[in-house]
Design a protein around this ligand. Structure first.
Ligand SMILES: CC(C)(COP(=O)(O)OP(=O)(O)OC[C@H]1O[C@@H](n2cnc3c(N)ncnc32)[C@H](O)[C@@H]1OP(=O)(O)O)[C@@H](O)C(=O)NCCC(=O)NCCS
Length: 176
C-alpha cells in the first residue's frame, strides 16, 4: 500500500474507509464546514458519504487520498485531510482539509498538514502542493500561509450553482 497511515504528537492520521461513513456524513452535511466549499453540494444522506469515501479508496495507483484525523487522547474523529489531482509526472497535487467546528482553534490541522506535506515531499516526491481557497476563507488562508504556502498571483473562478466564486491559489514549493 503506497498511502500509509501517519502519526503526529496528538493525532493518528488514519486512511479513510467505509467505517468512517457516519463521521463523513456528519462532517460534510455541516453548514460551517461547507460554508466556503464550492466544489460539491453538502451531502444529505449516507449514500453521499459513501460516494466521497469510494472516491478515496479506489485501488492504487490513484491520484487522490484522504486521511481521517483521530485524536489520540480519546479516539474522536475530528476532521479529514488529503490530496487530489496528483500529477505524478509533473510533480504536483492539490491539498484539501476540514475540521469539525468543535475542534477549530486548537492547532490540530496545522499539525496534520505538516505530516501530510512531509509525506507528499518525501514519498510522493511532489515539487508543488496547491491549495485552492475561496478569497473570504481567512482561516484557511492563514493556515496555509503558516505552513509556508504563498499566493502565486493566480485567482481562479470556481463556478458553483451558476455563480462565480473567486479562489486564490496558494502553493507550497517542496524543493526549498
Ligand atoms: C480551515 C480550517 C481547517 C482551519 O481550522 P483552524 O482551527 O483555524 O486551524 P488549526 O487547527 O491549525 O488551528 C489553528 C488555530 O489554533 C490556535 N492554536 C491553539 N493551540 C495551538 C497549538 N497547540 N498549536 C498550534 N496552534 C494552536 C492557533 O493560534 C490558531 O488560531 P488562530 O486562527 O486564532 O490564529 C477550518 O476553519 C475548517 O475546517 N473550515 C471548514 C472547511 C474549509 O474551509 N476547509 C478549507 C478549504 S480551502
Amino acid at each position: 500500500m503506497f498511502f500509509k497511515e501517519l502519526e503526529t504528537d496528538r493525532l493518528f492520521l488514519k486512511n479513510i474507509s467505509l467505517h468512517d461513513r457516519e463521521f463523513i456524513l456528519e462532517q460534510f452535511s455541516n453548514n460551517e464546514v461547507n460554508r466556503y466549499l464550492f466544489d460539491a453540494e453538502p451531502i444529505a444522506d449516507i449514500l453521499g458519504a459513501d460516494e466521497i469515501i469510494n472516491f478515496y479508496i479506489q485501488s492504487e495507483p490513484r491520484a487522490q487520498h484522504r486521511w481521517i484525523l483521530v485524536r489520540k487522547s480519546d479516539g474522536t474523529k475530528i476532521g479529514t485531510c488529503g490530496f487530489h489531482c496528483w500529477n505524478k509526472s509533473k510533480g504536483f497535487c492539490d491539498i484539501g482539509y476540514d475540521l469539525y467546528p468543535d475542534y477549530w482553534g486548537k492547532g490540530y490541522m496545522v499539525e496534520a498538514l505538516k505530516a501530510i506535506c512531509a509525506f507528499a515531499r518525501n514519498d510522493m516526491k511532489v515539487r508543488d502542493i496547491n491549495a485552492c481557497i475561496f478569497i473570504e476563507n481567512d482561516k484557511s488562508i492563514m493556515l496555509a500561509e503558516k505552513l509556508g504556502f504563498t499566493f502565486n498571483g493566480q485567482i481562479k473562478d470556481e463556478i458553483f450553482r451558476d455563480e462565480k466564486y473567486p479562489h486564490k491559489i496558494l502553493t507550497l514549493n517542496c524543493t526549498i
